[in-house]
Design a protein around this ligand. Structure first.
Ligand SMILES: Cc1cc2nc3c(=O)[nH]c(=O)nc-3n(C[C@H](O)[C@H](O)[C@H](O)COP(=O)(O)OP(=O)(O)OC[C@H]3O[C@@H](n4cnc5c(N)ncnc54)[C@H](O)[C@@H]3O)c2cc1C
Length: 381
């Protein structure tokens, strides 16, 4: 295939990519089966990554971060996907949890919390979804009620990425349950507080090595200074402001998965023989892969445009939603076609394409479902 280079990459980022690639190949790739069986990565992975500076890449150095930009986060995610890893929730830790704290934390909160995320002493999670509500975030039932010099948190969350290992959780809760969106606040809960309990690490169709979990909050008391920011009722707005970056992450993961599936399938079909010929030589294979290569390039160009806009501070909500639904949907279709070209081996878990197929499916669901993405886009039409 013709060489394509993303315009946002630089020589510095190439150097960083080498570091990220080495780490992912050495620390992530060989452990996939074991992590899938234990339903989580090893806890030490986080501190190892912290030691070589792979955590909080785009957080300023004064808070312990790498002082890089979103481009560094993108490179790490691309290398993670290229190594075939789907276990490590680093994108959520680095580019979501830490960024909520950076964007809305007071100076004291940032000084207290961000360095722990940067070293890996803390693993971060964000808990929006509840058993009774996911898309309809305004209707969360979890409450954080002011009581003296603190808040008392009560509720249940589910499907929480990094939930099994999290040391700190940003909880979406109602500080005023009589209100809708205006009653929502983000409250930071350290998981060693009394009344916090983890439920099951959930059995999923894919992402077997991720510790997606249920979390329970029974009269968990946190100090008032654990309210993220300075005023109650800002939570919904904060979520709306940060969700485009989360959707960009899903775009990156989807495009990287699509590209990896294409590479794997090219190599498989050029080796496997049937009827005395390479599988690749059948017209159906060539056309399927020509279409896949085209879809990969279209997605890549759109993604690169979104990354460049985001680096310049100009990625709007609707465009991020377009990227999220389009790339996750296309990647799923292309991966399915690539699996077909592997025949029966494509259905065997030891093959990367089989894992990609089960792992990709959720990209259409989380970060806001693809239907919700279309709702968001339609509002701007
Ligand atoms: C592996 C995994 C990891 C996750 N990680 C996290 C996490 O870290 N933190 C977190 O908070 N959540 C997380 N989630 C939850 C995820 O974000 C939600 O599952 C998702 O937002 C959908 O919510 P729901 O499951 O309640 O579905 P529902 O909201 O019940 O939706 C069901 C169906 O109805 C459709 N629908 C709903 N409303 C509308 C509408 N207005 N118009 C059209 N269709 C609609 C949806 O698109 C969907 O098809 C994770 C989920 C999974 C599976």
């Amino acid at each position: 295939m013709s060489e394509y280079r993303s315009r946002w990459t630089t020589a510095d980022l190439d150097e960083f990519r080498d570091l990220a690639r080495q780490f992912c190949r050495k620390e992530l790739a060989p452990n996939q089966q074991r992590w899938a069986e234990q339903k989580s990565v090893d806890r030490e992975l986080w501190t190892k990554a912290g030691e070589i500076g792979l955590l909080c890449l785009s957080i300023p150095e004064e808070y312990g971060g790498g002082g890089g930009s979103f481009a560094h986060e993108a490179v790490l995610l691309e290398e993670q996907a290229a190594s075939g890893d789907s276990c490590w929730g680093v994108g959520l830790h680095n580019a979501i949890v830490a960024h909520y704290l950076l964007a809305y934390g007071t100076e004291d909160q940032k000084q207290a919390w961000l360095p722990k995320l940067a070293t890996g002493e803390w693993v971060g999670a964000i808990a929006m979804t509840e058993p009774g509500t996911g898309s309809d975030l305004q209707n969360v039932a979890t409450k954080a009620i002011r009581d003296g010099d603190g808040y008392v948190v009560n509720g249940a969350k589910t499907f929480i990425t990094n939930g099994g290992q999290a040391d700190v959780v940003i909880v979406v809760a109602k500080t005023d349950p009589t209100l809708g969106a205006e009653g929502i606040s983000l409250v930071v809960v350290e998981t060693d507080r009394a009344g916090f309990r983890r439920g099951r690490v959930l059995d999923k169709v894919g992402l077997h090595g991720q510790d997606t979990a249920e979390l329970f909050f029974d009269d968990v008391r946190v100090p008032a200074t654990n309210l993220l920011g300075t005023a109650e009722g800002q939570g919904f707005l904060q979520l709306m402001q940060q969700l485009p970056q989360e959707r960009l992450l899903i775009g990156i993961a989807s495009v990287a998965a699509l590209e990896a599936a294409l590479e794997d399938t090219l190599s498989y079909t050029k080796t496997r023989q049937a009827f005395g010929r390479q599988i690749f030589s059948f017209q159906n294979t060539k056309f399927t892969l020509a279409e896949a290569a085209t879809e990969a390039r279209v997605c890549r160009v759109f993604l690169d445009d979104c990354i460049s806009r985001h680096l310049d501070g100009g990625l709007d909500v609707a465009t991020a939603a377009m990227l999220k639904w389009w790339c996750s949907d296309r990647a799923m279709r292309v991966i399915d076609n690539c699996l077909q070209l592997h025949g029966g081996y494509g259905y065997m878990s030891e093959y990367r394409i089989a894992r990609a197929w089960t792992d990709q499916r959720v990209q259409k669901i989380y970060g806001g479902t693809n239907e919700i993405m279309k709702e968001i886009i339609a509002r701007t039409l």
